[in-house]
Write a protein that binds this ligand. Structure first.
Ligand SMILES: [Zn+2]
Ligand SMILES: [Zn+2]
Length: 345
């Protein structure tokens, strides 16, 4: 049983495939045979030595967006059985800190997560608490099932943004999350969705996923285009999915009167923007953050089971365990949307 261990961002060789041993399963442990594990922007941050949702403690197997088949269960596991197909919720909360006890588990001070500070999905097998396993339909493709986690994150963001039927939504960034947001905005009843994305291939897919317009922000003035398309001073909801300061600034500029701006992406720790205070006042803007996915996993599974989202189009590249470094570079490249690793190949 092999796994690709992350050795630390300061190492020249950042990954190493090692043998893994699994002893007897604890009463609530589940051994999952990993079939597909997506590479997330958070993995890219970790690769560069930046912080994700929680601090990383190498050597550790990264990969928190994964799905597979139950290969073994502990004595007290009742909700899944060997052979079930499952997607994992990687995030575990202490239940004891003040945020946990104030109903904000996503801000848990002792968050621990599969694929961040506990071994995750870039391995042939992963040891997972039964609470983190969500059964998915048997005919769901494992690459699609591995998208439960990012979809659950996007759902938390969509819940925060509170899109109302008939509203105009701008999505900035056409990567995996942006293209999920386009689809969730449509399901939420948005009457007009504008995608801003510099890469032609991603704009085309955005339009295939039913964005009404796709703007190239490098060659067009996004806020001006939004005003032109909407016939107003901006959109009702703007969702930023890039993680760079310029995108956050554009999001605020593209917001119309009464708008909500959701800064969804994970920025670098020291990122800042100048905030146009008068616009915030005059337009009465609501600016929101969003972190991880408290209690949205089951809804993500239900949505994927229902077939209402197009996921296959987002998965552009597949790698094996030996080529994780290359896979991470491909995830950073403009050629890709979602890169996944197949640990069994
Ligand atoms: Zn992720
Ligand atoms: Zn806590």
């Amino acid at each position: 049983m092999r796994g690709t261990f992350f050795l630390g961002a300061d190492r020249e060789k950042k990954f190493e495939v090692r043998e893994m041993q699994f002893g007897e399963l604890g009463p609530h442990e589940v051994l999952v045979e990993c079939r597909s594990c997506g590479i997330c922007g958070t993995d890219v941050h970790i690769y560069h030595g930046e912080e994700g949702s929680a601090a990383v403690s190498p050597p550790v197997v990264l990969g928190h967006e994964f799905a597979g088949v139950v290969a073994g269960i502990g004595a007290e596991v009742t909700d899944v059985k060997v052979g079930d197909h499952v997607a994992l919720d990687p995030n575990m909360y202490c239940g004891l800190c003040t945020p946990c006890r104030m109903g904000k588990k996503q801000n848990c001070e002792r968050l621990f997560a599969l694929g961040v500070n506990v071994n995750g999905g870039f391995a042939e097998y992963a040891l997972c608490p039964d609470t983190q396993c969500f059964r998915v339909s048997e005919d769901m493709d494992f690459d699609v099932a591995a998208m439960v986690e990012p979809l659950a994150c996007a759902l938390h963001g969509i819940d925060r943004a509170q899109i109302q039927p008939g509203q105009t939504v701008v999505v900035i960034g056409g990567g995996t999350i942006g293209l999920l947001m386009v689809q969730l905005a449509r399901l939420s009843g948005a009457s007009m969705i504008i995608l801003s994305e510099p890469i032609e291939m991603r704009r085309r897919i955005g339009l295939e996923l039913h964005a009404d317009a796709a703007v190239d922000p490098l060659h067009e003035d996004l806020p001006a285009r939004v005003r032109e398309i909407t016939g107003r001073n901006g959109a009702d909801v703007v969702i930023e999915c890039v993680g760079k300061p310029f995108a956050a600034s554009q999001a605020i500029e593209a917001a119309g009167s009464g708008a909500t701006v959701l800064l969804f992406s994970v920025p670098a720790v020291d990122s800042t923007i100048p905030l146009p205070l008068f616009d915030v006042y005059k337009k009465e803007l609501t600016i929101l953050g969003s972190i991880i996915n408290p209690d949205t996993h089951q809804r993500a599974v239900n949505l994927l089971n229902s077939g209402q989202l197009e996921i296959r189009k987002l998965i552009t590249h597949v790698y094996d365990l030996e080529h994780l470094d290359e896979a991470i570079h491909m995830q950073m490249s403009s050629e890709s949307i979602k890169v996944v690793v197949h640990p069994q190949e």
